[in-house]
Design a binder for this molecule. Structure first.
Ligand SMILES: Cc1cc2nc3c(=O)[nH]c(=O)nc-3n(C[C@H](O)[C@H](O)[C@H](O)COP(=O)(O)OP(=O)(O)OC[C@H]3O[C@@H](n4cnc5c(N)ncnc54)[C@H](O)[C@@H]3O)c2cc1C
Length: 476
């Protein structure tokens, strides 16, 4: 456990003088900053500071650095590994970037938007579209998560297959380092080999090396044609066959491919009665396929899926005929996290394996989960095109989450451990896209090589010698 130093009244008064009295919150006013989106953790009630400019962030950080006060950067609070929560101490300052929410510029010639860290992802999408462009990073939390949080976690989402992770969509960064110095690297240059790429060091650092205050984001042209298909299949092995056929035929016009279990689609329809499974019969697995490109991509996709039916990889297909149908199909996927929560998921995994190992991964991890406790139910879904399937694990039928956890202390950790072991046995990673945060810090310590841990610590020590940036997240 990391012991935080409590800010003295004098320091807090100085911070209030920098950001303004109303830009400091505490107590009931700040309750939402202590909540975990899945309800798995509760953060301690730290003071929340809301700067409005990079200069204010810099002044606050400089002050905290000299006083030795811990800072926890906060974006939209949608992180699921407790990186934005202070779990052990109320002495840290939560620094929320939400007031830094301006788009500073859009350069259509460079295909670059410069946005402040507190911009909500969905607003960045809308701003790009106003310029007939798009920003392809997308995920179910897009209405709340911020671009600063997306970069700090190197978020993935539903279009990684074609466009990559957050890291691949960022050409420049502005950040306040632990000393309070501002690193200004927002240039839209595509070629810039001038020393260590500090942008890439900050991306994925989960607020432990500095506070991202703005970023230059890569925009893409809008696609003239898009296609969304929902397929009924019998196994994850068939999903891989479909993926291979589509990638061979339409190449990098595939945006993404999401696997959904029949159990999970049933939960979504049960908890959200306005949503419905487009097939009359239930199937064990479904695939949501999204592709876009020049005119013709729809016909080509349809032809590949018809061939897959012919070969027996796909049982049935529904092609979206309109934007409304497209969003109805995506709604099934986007409501999955909420359906899991409402059903009482007590463990949610985020691991990745090489794509070719997906079938072995699903069967191996399911066996590992029921090996911990027979009767556990699992909804497996997610980004199969990236080898990244999430498992949400529920108590046996008829037992509430609270009763089950009380009767089986530590079971969530044991299930997570079993999934980790099964993932690693297939050459996988214990964190695909959500990061390490506080939830997986000990898992990283356990499974990373000593040489990797040593380098991570050396980097942290060199950049943040007073350990004020999100201490306790990622590494001890
Ligand atoms: C319903 C749901 C669906 C999701 N789907 C996906 C998905 O498909 N793919 C995926 O990758 N993730 C997904 N997530 C996880 C989450 O949305 C991402 O991790 C997101 O990138 C977090 O952004 P945020 O702004 O909410 O960050 P926060 O939760 O506020 O913070 C996350 C981490 O980043 C740090 N941080 C935040 N802002 C900054 C900053 N400006 N500078 C430095 N550090 C900062 C925090 O300290 C913390 O460690 C999902 C979450 C939910 C609830």
């Amino acid at each position: 456990m990391v012991a935080f130093k409590t800010a003295e009244d004098r320091t807090l008064n100085d911070i209030r003088a920098i950001v303004g009295e109303t830009a400091c919150k505490s107590g009931p006013d700040a309750a939402r900053y202590y909540e975990d989106p899945r309800g798995s953790f509760t953060g301690k009630d730290c003071i929340v500071v809301l700067p409005e400019t990079t200069q204010q962030v810099s002044q606050v950080v400089r002050l905290c650095n000299s006083a030795g006060i811990a800072i926890i950067p906060y974006g939209g609070g949608t992180g699921v590994v407790a990186g934005q929560l202070s779990l052990d101490s109320d002495a840290a300052i939560i620094l929320s970037l939400e007031r830094m929410n301006r788009v500073r510029s859009v350069s259509p010639d460079d295909f670059v938007m410069v946005a402040e860290a507190g911009c909500v992802l969905e607003n960045i999408h809308a701003e790009a579209e106003r310029h007939d462009l798009m920003f392809p990073l997308s995920m179910a939390s897009k209405g709340s998560c911020t671009i600063g949080g997306n970069l700090a976690t190197n978020a993935g989402g539903i279009q990684v297959l074609r466009h990559g992770n957050a890291r691949d969509l960022c050409v420049g960064i502005e950040a306040v380092m632990p000393s309070g110095d501002v690193l200004e690297e927002l240039s839209p240059l595509r070629k810039n080999n001038t020393g260590y790429d500090l942008r890439h060091l900050l991306i994925g650092s989960e607020g432990t090396l500095g506070i991202i205050t703005a970023a230059s984001l890569t925009l893409k042209p809008l696609d003239p044609e898009a296609v969304t298909a929902f397929c009924a299949i019998t196994s994850p092995a068939d999903a891989l066959r479909v993926l291979r056929a589509l990638r061979t035929a339409i190449g990098n016009r595939m945006n993404g491919m999401e696997l959904m279990s029949g159990f999970g689609v049933g939960l979504v329809c049960e908890h959200f009665p306005t949503l419905r499974n487009p097939f009359a019969d239930d199937h064990p697995w479904y695939l949501l396929i999204d592709a876009a490109g020049n005119p013709g991509v729809r016909d080509e996709t349809e032809a590949v899926l018809a061939e897959c039916i012919e070969q027996g990889f796909v049982v049935d297909v529904v092609m979206a005929e309109s934007e409304a149908q497209r969003s109805a199909l995506w709604s099934l996927r986007e409501h999955t996290p909420d359906a899991n929560r409402k059903t009482g998921a007590f463990c949610s995994s985020d691991t990745a394996v090489p794509i070719g190992q997906i079938d072995a991964f699903v069967s191996g991890t399911h066996a590992a989960i029921t090996g911990v406790h027979e009767g556990l139910r699992t909804n497996s879904y997610g980004h199969i095109g990236d080898g990244n399937i999430h498992h949400n694990v529920f108590p046996p039928t008829g037992i509430s989450k609270a009763d089950f956890l009380q009767a089986h202390p530590g079971i969530a950790n044991r299930v997570r451990g079993a999934i980790n072991e099964a993932t690693l046995a297939l050459g996988g990673s214990i964190s695909a896209e959500h990061g390490i945060g506080r939830l997986k810090r000990q898992d990283l310590q356990k499974h990373a090589s000593p040489s990797k841990m040593a380098v991570l610590r050396q980097i942290k020590q060199a950049i943040d010698p007073n350990n004020i940036m999100n201490p306790g997240a990622l590494i001890e």
